[in-house]
Design a protein around this ligand. Structure first.
Ligand code: ATP
Length: 259
């Protein structure tokens, strides 16, 4: 099988289970899945489990290999993860930070290549921050730092890219730009991208599939139309909501009230 398939994934901290036997149908190469759900549902924990930062059981098959059975170094060849909480930044420039991420990847084997700087700069340009190449990471705004972190995760072009709330600090134009970049990244690289989002309209507009997590379990999964329904929103978020479409046919989520 090519792509990502999660079966019975459970993970937690110490004895406390957080992610509870989550199974997701296969996502094919080139697909983007949004992972949504209320605060504390376990979205970040699920991502951390896939990359090996939290102990996990079950199976996370990617291109036919169970990632959970791989050593971390082997896992890191296939998957890159952008965490929700970004490091404060050190005295590196944005370009140096992205270069460092590229050279730290297992595929790179620590041997700088003459094309590295070009690859790093191209990634910055792709995410619209080429002009920040020589800015210091620790002097960036919150949104700029988020874009730089995204470039750090994407620079080595992993076939599986996990992004934890990459748009939470971005203005409206950058949100759209980043989602467009992520879509084209998935399509051009034939990669699978999993992206945690709180903005359900953004998720509906840009994702092929949406998984809704509630209390560590899967509350809904499917196309945006299938996954984001008044019932799901009531069950997962405890809100009454209407789902409409605007003139362009995009899904609009109108929250009436909290239950
Ligand atoms: N390092 C940790 N040690 C112990 N418990 C943790 C740790 N990190 C998260 N948790 C707990 O796991 C649960 C799920 O947290 P997680 O960050 O996975 O949720 P989330 O769905 O990503 O939430 P949010 O939307 O608020 O970012 C929460 O109850 C949280 O308190």
């Amino acid at each position: 099988m090519t792509g990502l398939k999660i079966s019975g994934l459970s993970a937690g901290y110490g004895r406390r289970p957080i992610v509870k036997a989550v199974s997701l149908p296969a996502l094919g190469a080139g697909q983007v899945m949004a992972l949504v759900g209320p605060n504390g549902a376990g979205k970040s924990t699920l991502m951390r489990a896939i990359v090996g930062l939290v102990p996990a059981t079950g199976a996370v098959e990617f291109d036919g290999t169970d990632l959970l059975q791989l050593r971390l170094r082997e896992r890191a060849r296939r998957v890159a993860y952008m965490p929700q909480t970004l490091p404060g930044g050190i005295g590196l420039t944005v370009l140096e930070g992205v270069l460092t991420a590229l050279r730290a990847s297992p595929d790179h084997e620590g041997l700088p290549r003459s094309t590295d700087a070009r690859q790093a700069l191209a990634t910055l340009v792709r995410f619209g921050i080429g002009h920040l190449a020589s800015e210091r990471m620790d002097r960036l705004s919150g949104g700029q730092r988020q874009l730089a972190a995204l470039a750090q995760a994407a620079v080595r072009m992993p076939p599986l890219l996990l992004l934890d709330e990459p748009t939470s600090a971005l203005d409206l134009a950058h949100q759209v730009q980043v989602m467009r970049c992520i879509r084209s990244y998935a399509e051009i690289q034939g990669a699978v991208v999993v992206i945690v989002l709180h903005d359900l309209e953004l998720a509906c507009r840009w994702a092929d599939a949406i998984a809704v997590l509630k209390d560590g379990a899967l509350a809904a999964f499917g196309s945006p139309e299938q996954a984001i329904t008044p019932d799901t929103l009531r069950q997962a978020y405890g809100v009454e909501a209407r789902i409409d479409r605007d003139a362009a046919g995009r899904i609009r989520v109108l929250v009436e009230d909290a239950l």
